[in-house]
Design a protein. Sequence first.
Length: 336
Amino acid sequence: MCSYILKYCDCFKMHTKCQNEIQQQQALIIQLQEDLVDKNKRISELSGLLDKYQSVFNQSPSLSTPVTVIKGQIQPQQSRERQLGLNDVVFGFGGNDQSHVHDPTVQTRKRGIGISAEPQNEDEIQSKELKSYPKSEDVRKLIKGAILENDFMNHIASSQLSQLVDCMYSIEFTAGEMIITEGDYGSLVYVLGEGQLEISKDGRKLRVLDRPTVLGELAVLYNCTRTASVKALTNGTLWAIDRTSFQTILMRDHLQKHNDYITFLKSVPTFSNLPDSTISKLADQLNEVTYRPNEYIIRQGARGDNFYIIADGHVKVTIYPTTENGVIDRTKEPQF
């Protein structure tokens, strides 16, 4: 009898152990299946982005050309703008933006948004009235979140972002409706508010959108045709802004920055006596770079392809070997 009980206990323990192992294996399988779904979704998203990039490169030879002011007209020029942060700001002139040596722990600074726009008169841009549409705070957060997640638009200035949100209006759509047709001329940028949309290219389904996402931005940013088709799978809501308002907001901000740069350069003693035409050309080449406390702007001995003007904050200038820990100056703005 004792032998039988012991044998039963051993079998029960083995059975329990096997059940635990099976449960662990099942949990692992479920986790791997979820990971596979996430990875497939990410692959689909990246494939869509790749199609976007390829479509724009094939259509637009002037990719990523923003607008600058030359004699009252908006003209294309190489992008040299940087997104500003809340820390010290330094203006720089010269070669490659990444040529300066900096702390490797600091992330690479991202370029500002580029826009390829038709030439317009500066007065028209500044005087154009933009219509705003009331929205709840939740809707504003939804639109802002979608724009900030978009690879082509997430570097715009906060002032531009607020204006874009103000100018967006709602559009209701029904299941089966074509929102965007591949190859068409695009005049609107959309943000999906509610509902499901299917993205396809060359008749091939790419993915389904069911969360706030920017749509149609490339055709407006780079004056190319629609790079994919978008079809409604359910009823829903879009938020839209027209091409003219969209480009006016971006160009107006650029014009304001250009004028601010000119005012700033004239306040620097070294440039104060230069002709206005020269100051304007310098302003065209000026880009803003943000540095965090204790980050190096220039390193002694490094190749010098840029020179900098302190726009905001303080810097410590050192040279070695020397006395007093190498400190030779503590400089405030505006100096270079």
